[in-house]
Design a protein around this ligand. Sequence first.
Ligand code: ADP
Ligand code: MG
Length: 205
Amino acid sequence: MSAQALMRSLAERMRATIIAHADELTALDQAIGDGDHGINMSRGFNAIGEQTDAIAALPFGEALRKAGMTLVMKVGGASGPLYGSALMEMGKASAAAPASRDELAGMLAAGISAVKARGKSEAGAKTMLDVMIPVHAAIAAGSDLGGVRAAADAALAATRGMRATKGRAAFLGERSVGHLDPGARSTALLIHAVCDVLEANGVAR
Ligand code: ADP
Ligand code: MG
């Protein structure tokens, strides 16, 4: 499969899973936020979908940067600039598609640093970072795709017990405990989408 075709598959699979779970993301955000996470994510990934031709034609790093810029520009909520900055920094870190596990881990680390910087947040604040960081650790430790999916699922489940200290959910304080974080859920969905596409194309085991 060509790099372009792979990029298209990734963008389409991510969009499809976000659309399919938009109501669930919104319901999670209704519980501890303002109930727009499904709408924000759908808007962002639909906007990427509309530009798939232009994005897929670019070299890998520039394609990620353009996709990230699209999220920053099209999504009103906090998640757009956060996911957008992550993609943009991942694109800057990897001019070409990662060719090794170390390169993939390095690319993800750049995305995590971007979210930390933009969100002024760290692990344990009950955010998307609480899935991104364990997934990065699983990849760096040599997990296969099944292990990466399992790491994402376990990390998502762990956000239920966390008290939010960043984002809108932080206003709830202790009352944020007992709910999954919406952004952690969308990150887990996106990780599954990437794993599914890589597996279907025999890119990684
Ligand atoms: P908004 O909070 O502006 O309504 P969304 O509902 O689309 O935006 O996204 C909320 C998600 O964004 C949260 O569930 C959390 O995972 C993530 N988030 C919010 N603020 C931060 C932050 N400062 N750092 C990291 N992630 C954050
Ligand atoms: Mg919201």
